[in-house]
Design a protein around this ligand. Structure first.
Ligand SMILES: Nc1ncnc2c1ncn2[C@@H]1O[C@H](COP(=O)(O)OP(=O)(O)O)[C@@H](O)[C@H]1O
Ligand SMILES: [Mg+2]
Length: 296
C-alpha cells in the first residue's frame, strides 16, 4: 500500500486551477520531493492531504484511508510541519512539545517529548522559553513538534524557504536523519538543491500537475543528457553562438549571464568554443527545461 495515492485530483479557486488533474503516488519509506516553481500548486496539494482543503474532484488516499471522509484519522498518523512558525512563545520548549503530544494522544507524553527533543537536538534547551531560542532552534522545534507523535508520514511544505543558508543546512541534516531512519516524507520545495540533496525521488510539478517523476539521476539522463556546456561572453557573442546552435537544431537556453547547451555530448563539437565550461548535467537543467522557470 502506498503512503499517498492521488488520482485525477483537481482544485480550483474561482478562475485559478491550482491543482489540475494531479496524479501522484508516494511509496512508503522514501522521501519524495515535490519540486515546482511558486504557484505550481504544491501548498494546495499539501492542504488537500491534511484535510484542510477539499478537492473538487479525484481520489485521495493517505495511509490507506479515503479523504476527505477519513481525514481526521489520517491526520492523527501524519506529522505536518508548516512553513510559518506558529510556536507558543510564552511557554518552554518542552511544554510546546507536550501540548502536541497530548493532543495526538501519545501513549507516554514524557517519552514522546524526549524523543522529539533528541531528533531536533534540543535536549539541552528543553527548559528554555521559545522566546530565548535562535531562529535555527525555533525551526528545529517546529519540526520536532510535527514529529512528536512518531507519525508514519511526514509532510514538509517548503521546510527551509527564506532561511539563512546555515539554518537551512541544520534542517537538511535533520530531514536527512528522518529519511535515513525510514520515515515516509513528502517535501515540497522550489529549491532544486534541497530536492537534489534530500529526495530519493522527485516529482516535478507545474501548473497544478506532475509533469515528470523519477530518481534525480534518471530524470537528468532522460531530460538533460550527460553533459551541459555553458558559454560565457558578451551578449552579442552569445547571440551568435545561439544562432549557430539553433541552425544546427540544438536548443540552448539562457543561464544567467551565460547560455547553456543541454546534452552537449550530442552537439557538433565544432560549435563549442574552447572557453566553454563543460559540467555534468544537473537537476537544475531538468527543472529549467521542463518548467521554463529560472532556478533559484
Ligand atoms: N485560498 C486561495 N484562494 C485563491 N487562490 C489561491 C488560494 N490558494 C492558492 N491559490 C492560488 O493557487 C495557485 C497555486 O498556489 P499554491 O498551491 O500555494 O502554489 P505553491 O505552493 O506551489 O506556490 C496559485 O496561483 C495561488 O495564487
Ligand atoms: Mg507553497
Amino acid at each position: 500500500m502506498p503512503a499517498i495515492e492521488l488520482i485525477g485530483v483537481k482544485k480550483a479557486f474561482g478562475e485559478i486551477q491550482a491543482v489540475n488533474d494531479l496524479n501522484l503516488e508516494v511509496p512508503q519509506g522514501i522521501c519524495l520531493g515535490l519540486l515546482g516553481p511558486n504557484g505550481a500548486g504544491k501548498s494546495t496539494t499539501m492542504r488537500i492531504l491534511t484535510g484542510q482543503s477539499i478537492a473538487d474532484e479525484g481520489t485521495i488516499k493517505v495511509l490507506g484511508m479515503d479523504l476527505p471522509e477519513q481525514a481526521k484519522f489520517a491526520r492523527a498518523r501524519m506529522g505536518v510541519v508548516p512553513q510559518l512558525d506558529n510556536l507558543d512563545v510564552d511557554v518552554t520548549v518542552e511544554q510546546n512539545l507536550a501540548v502536541f503530544a497530548r493532543l495526538y494522544r501519545a501513549p507516554s507524553v514524557p517519552e514522546a517529548v524526549d524523543r522529539a527533543l533528541e531528533i531536533a537536538r534540543l535536549t539541552d534547551r528543553r527548559k528554555d522559553s521559545v522566546g530565548e531560542l535562535s531562529g535555527g532552534m525555533r525551526r528545529r522545534l517546529l519540526l520536532a513538534r510535527g514529529l512528536v507523535h512518531d507519525p508514519e508520514l511526514v509532510l514538509l511544505d517548503e521546510p527551509t524557504v527564506g532561511l539563512d543558508p546555515q539554518i537551512r543546512t541544520q534542517l537538511w541534516t535533520l530531514i536527512d536523519g528522518l529519511r535515513t531512519a525510514g520515515s515516509t516524507i513528502l517535501m515540497s520545495t522550489h529549491y532544486i538543491e534541497e530536492a537534489e540533496r534530500l529526495a530519493d525521488e522527485v516529482a516535478v510539478m507545474t501548473a497544478g500537475a506532475v509533469i515528470a517523476r523519477g530518481k534525480p539521476a534518471d530524470l537528468i539522463k532522460e531530460h538533460a543528457g550527460a553533459r551541459t556546456v555553458e558559454i560565457y561572453g558578451p551578449p552579442h557573442e552569445l547571440e551568435e553562438h545561439r544562432d549557430r546552435f539553433n541552425t544546427a537544431g540544438v536548443s540552448v537556453r539562457a543561464a544567467g549571464p551565460a547560455i547553456a547547451v543541454l546534452a552537449a555530448e550530442d552537439a557538433p563539437r565544432e560549435l563549442i568554443p574552447d572557453h566553454a565550461v563543460d559540467r555534468a548535467a544537473s537537476l537544475e537543467d531538468v527543472f529549467v527545461k521542463l518548467t521554463g522557470e529560472d532556478a533559484e
